[in-house]
Design a protein around this ligand. Structure first.
Ligand code: KIV
Ligand code: ZN
Length: 525
């Protein structure tokens, strides 16, 4: 590759650009929405992980989306900050341009469908009108930034000749990255390889742009298709942490990165990802969204490095390489280590948080987290790193909440009707309520409803454990629905009922953030 890219300058031809869309394609899937604080925390973690491009959202979708892209552009240093826009929408492109303006390096990513099916039924546009929109949209985007990406939505099901014409038009209009998404996860690896090989051979100007792959996982092929794309000359891959995304998800960042690292013998490329930070980033996303990855998930699942059978255990003890193709440490797994006990001081606590990958935490959050740590150390024999991570993520994420949990006493048993005495801080004022219910959790949720009336319906209640043992912290997820809007809240505590109250309050806060946003326009991406 001989040209100079507007954001990356002269590119190392062996370098794969990691384009993370966890906060856009990932966040737009049901149940995965995040509030501003959560998006900022996640963006910070992605920057620390070393992603090259961070797609922060879809600014035209709602004022809330605009605000989060703008805040990320203003505060997150390192990656190119990218905002999504529809190619045909002048307002879309202008909003994206405004939202990314504060970033040091910024990109507009505009997209329009090019497949016969999408053009006829979704867009109701003739191919020639779509082609003109590609020219106009990319020309306009260049008014806001030199780093412009264009995507042919449903590109893998697009007529090859028309795809070539659109790509040529986008390049002429100023696009510097050309992304061909397999929007519906339909393609096989050989289809993906054929498409990129064709574009690179046939399109005039192809040598002046970076080609990018964006694969969905409907057939479980997203990562395989991404590897096929790299082999066919693609130098940017679009992916998400834990593979979250529309329907079956997007290609998982951690799987692509570790595939090219582990199989460097066959895949002679490299990325800028700091792989020991992968697990931490994956766990943060699970804490924020309330969705744990399945135990057998590659790289980040609980069992990814667990060896159950005697034969395997014996082999690993003699030489780990017998059954481990990469070391657990290379992706961030460590032996769960002891943290300080209840006599440890604030400075040691702060040091420990730094070692766990938390940057600077504000004094108020640190004090609150430290108080909860002391409380936990009083109640729990052994405090592990995972306990601390659950506790601090809980605290850091709740920084701007209108409703805060203060205390809970529950009286329950086989005879008495369960009764909860709850104290919450609502808009800065402490308030308390006593309520009964069909169980301690029900009583607690009734007390919350008494203190903060709302119509949301409980759709899911689930309990997991942060670590092992009967004194482990419970991690509770609560899903609430109001007027078709769904939010998930999380809470962790050694007391399952307290964790439930925290999770409910968290979900309620997220609902308040959602309410504050105006209705998103009808969008398709
Ligand atoms: O899957 C898709 O086609 C997309 C585009 C907006 C890039 O997410
Ligand atoms: Zn997508």
């Amino acid at each position: 590759m001989t040209f100079s890219h507007p954001s990356f300058g002269a590119l190392d031809p062996d370098r794969i650009i990691i384009f993370d869309t966890t906060l856009r394609d990932g966040e737009q899937s049901p149940g995965f929405s995040m509030n501003l604080t959560e998006k900022l925390r996640m963006a910070e973690a992605l920057a620390e992980l070393g992603v090259d491009v961070l797609e922060a959202g879809f600014p035209i979708a709602s004022p809330g989306d605009f605000e989060s892209v703008e805040s990320i552009a203003r505060t997150i240093k390192g990656p190119v900050i990218c905002g999504l826009a529809r190619t045909g929408g002048r307002d879309d492109i202008a909003r994206a341009g405004e939202a990314i303006r504060p970033a040091e390096r910024r990109r507009i990513h505009n997209f329009i469908s090019t497949s016969p099916l999408h053009m006829k039924y979704k867009l109701r546009m003739e191919p020639e009108t779509v082609l003109q929109a590609v020219i106009d949209g990319n020309t306009l985007a260049r008014d806001y930034t030199d780093d412009v990406e264009w995507s042919a939505e449903d590109g893998s099901r697009t007529d090859p000749d028309f795809l070539c014409r659109c790509v040529e038009a986008a390049i002429k209009a100023g696009a510097t990255t050309i992304n061909i998404p397999d929007t519906v996860g339909y393609a096989l690896p050989e289809d993906i390889a054929r498409i990129f090989t064709m574009l690179r051979e046939r399109v005039p100007g192809a040598e002046k742009v970076i080609f990018s792959a964006h694969n969905h996982n409907d057939l479980g092929l997203a990562v395989a298709n991404t590897i096929a794309a790299i082999r066919a000359g693609v130098r940017q891959v679009e992916c998400t942490i834990n593979g979250i995304g529309e329907r079956a998800g997007n290609a998982a960042l951690e799987e692509i990165v570790m595939a090219i690292r582990t199989r460097h013998d066959a895949l002679a490329w490299h990325s800028g990802i700091e792989t020991p930070k992968i697990l931490r980033t994956s766990k943060l996303l699970s804490t924020i969204t309330g969705f744990d990855v399945q135990p057998n998930k590659a790289i980040v699942g609980r069992n990814a490095f667990a060896h159950e059978s005697g034969i395997h255990q014996d082999g690993v003890l003699k030489n780990a390489a017998t059954y481990e193709i990469m070391t657990p440490e290379s992706v961030g797994w460590t032996k769960s280590s002891l943290v300080m006990g209840k006599h440890s001081g604030r400075a040691a606590f702060r040091d420990k948080l730094r070692a766990l990958g938390y940057g600077e935490i504000g004094d108020n959050q640190l004090n609150d987290a430290f108080r909860r740590f002391k409380d936990l150390a009083d109640r729990k024999k052994v405090v592990y790193d995972d306990d601390l991570v659950a506790l601090v993520d809980d605290e850091v994420m709740r920084g701007h909440d209108r409703i805060r949990f203060l205390s809970l006493d529950v009286h329950t048993g086989s005879k008495a009707k369960p009764r909860a005495e709850l104290e919450l801080e609502i808009d800065g004022a402490a308030q308390s309520a006593v309520a009964t219910g069909d169980g301690p959790v029900d009583a607690t949720f009734n007390a919350i409803r008494d203190l903060f009336a709302h119509d949301a319906v409980l759709r899911l209640y689930s309990v997991g454990a942060v670590t092992e043992g009967t004194d482990a912290q419970a991690r509770v997820t609560v899903r609430l629905e109001e007027n078709g809007k769904m939010v998930d809240g999380q809470g962790a505590d050694t007391d399952t009922i307290v964790a439930s109250a925290r999770a409910y309050v968290h979900a309620l806060n997220k609902l308040l953030v959602k309410r504050a946003r105006t209705e998103p326009k009808a969008l398709s991406a």
